[in-house]
Design a protein around this ligand. Structure first.
Ligand SMILES: Cc1cc2nc3c(=O)[nH]c(=O)nc-3n(C[C@H](O)[C@H](O)[C@H](O)COP(=O)(O)O)c2cc1C
Length: 375
């Protein structure tokens, strides 16, 4: 099987599994503790039943959506993921270029292998930026100014990472970032020579192009995740003029206060099951958040989206759009920019088909009436 012949996202995951050394694949694929939430994210989508609407003329289907004034080809964005450079040499640059080519948004993570300005250029000005708070207010001010100057359209503040979740696969594999050439890692690398050659070509430290400094920043951020307080939220809101989106909301209680602080959007997310294990699947948490927000701002969702029908189910429950994380990292590992594009093409084709099969001409036609039991 190759990228071209991969028929769904599970196939692309399998390609990534064959390409990457086990500890690297596990770092991307794994979740926290017993991985209950990781599994539940996907299982909850599978548990939702669809109730198609017949007698609709669906010869033409338009899967595009508008978000913060921009038209996206699909209600599917690329979630922020750190450390892509272990999956592919061009990492964030390849993902940004793919998002640009497919008319969607890539949310660039603070944890990055390339300077944020370079990624912004690769994305053609359409990207969003995900912020992990730097250690001090001065650094935060400087960072947000840098993000604005680079042309990022929206700022995403992740609030579910006061400390890192317990990633047991990584501990078992002796894996940590930045990757160090331990004897064990060299052995794993030798079992995947194509990956190893690429990795070495792309990651030998050099001061010329800023790679070393980007890597150093990553180390610093990885070493010190920070809680985000209400004060921090207000502080960041003051610094940033564009849309501000809060990522990592799982319950209704705080929604009103988040909106009162001036947030322009929410992402229902459990970090792909990588933080607190034992929280609900995001599609289970979505309805309460949608109700609490009451249409004031867009609500997005990520976690476990692997099929076009998953996208449709999330939209039916009130999400404006979804984001995917691991699926495009599998694509990136399997084939760089072309792999990310393939993932978006597959999801786009599945989503468009699901719209036609449920009788929806536009994304606005997707509603809770398409789910069983009726809501
Ligand atoms: C390898 C990896 C790295 C991630 N890094 C970040 C990050 O730096 N910042 C962040 O807000 N979320 C991060 N996430 C979480 C994703 O943004 C997203 O919430 C999650 O991947 C969605 O679930 P899915 O992988 O099932 O699509 C990461 C996820 C993965 C798999």
């Amino acid at each position: 099987m190759r990228l071209r012949t991969a028929v769904n996202l599970a196939d692309v995951r399998e390609l990534a599994r064959r390409r990457l050394p086990r500890p690297v694949f596990d770092m991307v694929d794994g979740g926290a503790d017993d991985e209950l939430t990781l599994a539940r994210n996907e299982a909850a989508f599978r548990g939702l039943l669809l109730s198609p609407r017949p007698f609709e003329d669906v010869t033409r289907v338009d899967p595009s959506v508008r978000l913060f004034g921009r038209r996206l080809s699909l209600p599917v964005l690329l979630a922020p993921t750190g450390g892509g450079r272990i999956a592919h040499r061009r990492a964030e640059l390849a993902v940004a270029a793919a998002a640009r080519g497919q008319d969607t948004v890539y949310v660039q993570s603070t944890v990055t292998g390339y300077p944020l300005e370079e990624v912004a250029r690769a994305g053609g000005g359409g990207l969003w930026y995900q912020l992990y708070l730097p250690a001090s207010r001065d650094e935060t001010r400087a960072m947000v100014a840098r993000v604005a100057a680079a042309g990022y359209r929206a700022l995403v503040l992740t609030v579910d990472t006061p400390v890192f979740g317990g990633r047991e696969r990584d501990r078992r594999n002796g894996f940590s970032l930045p990757l160090r050439p331990s004897p064990r890692m060299l052995l794993h690398g030798a079992s995947r020579p194509a990956w190893a050659v690429e990795f070495l070509r792309g990651n030998l430290p050099t001061r010329r192009d800023g790679r070393l400094s980007a890597w150093a920043t990553q180390r610093q951020i990885l070493a010190s995740p920070r809680p985000v307080t209400w004060d921090d939220l207000a502080f960041v809101r003051d610094l940033w003029d564009g849309p501000l989106v809060i990522k990592g909301v799982l319950r209704a209680q705080e929604c009103r206060r988040i909106l009162d602080c001036g947030a322009d959007g929410l992402i229902v997310s459990n970090h792909g099951g990588r933080q607190l294990d034992g929280v609900p699947a995001t599609v289970e948490a979505l309805p309460a958040v949608v109700e609490a927000v009451g249409g004031r701002v867009p609500v997005l969702l990520d976690g476990g989206v692997r099929r076009g029908t998953d996208v449709l189910k999330a939209v039916a429950l009130g999400a404006t759009a979804v984001l995917v994380g691991r699926p495009y990292l599998y694509g990136l590992a399997a084939g760089g920019q072309a792999g990310v594009e393939r993932v978006l093409e597959l999801l786009g084709a599945e989503f468009t088909r699901a719209m036609a099969l449920t009788g929806c001409r536009t994304v606005a036609d997707i509603d809770a009436g398409l789910l069983l039991p009726p809501r």
